[in-house]
Design a protein. Sequence first.
Length: 208
Amino acid sequence: MQTITTIGLDIAKSVFQVHGVDAAGEVVIRRQLKRRSVLAFFQKLPPCLVGTLRLFGEAVTRANMRFVPTKTLEQQSCLMLHRTRHLFIRQQTAVINSIRAHLAEFGIVATVGRKGVTELLHVVADPSDKRVPEVGRACLAALGDQLLGLKRQILEFDRMIMAWHRSTRRASAFITFPGSGRRSSSSKPYWERRLLSQAMIVRSVLFC
């Protein structure tokens, strides 16, 4: 078999598509790999250039191509921390919107913001307020408990991000850049494009 110099790897959840070419750009291999076979496949290959997707597999051979270093385990964990926090913020917003919508069906509304949510939760917690039926109150109380749990976890994520920021020189360096906050700075290294949108909303209020 001709020597493979470049591999394009289409990353998926279960099945990976491999597209390999030689030094002349001729296709040497094109096949599917199950996840459990990927590592063994690459262990058998000589050192070569690897890029994601078929087109990128061809693009990596260009002289002006810029490459991104592989993330360390710590960097990958920090990226996971930001993504998980973002997920919890979205869940928090969904729960708040549910509480507002359900109570609006009973004619109970409140102002936008943290104060309004607090007022609504006080209504839910007051058994003497007969505007909310018993079954509805139980459902809203469960949503309220979920909301408080999400808030506590988000605050814990904030604490973890701050701790990561203080312990990492690279993250500390980015704090001097305009517009870089403590939470967003740890997502600013080489994967900053992927997290740029998240960094912009990472200051989202914890209470809608």
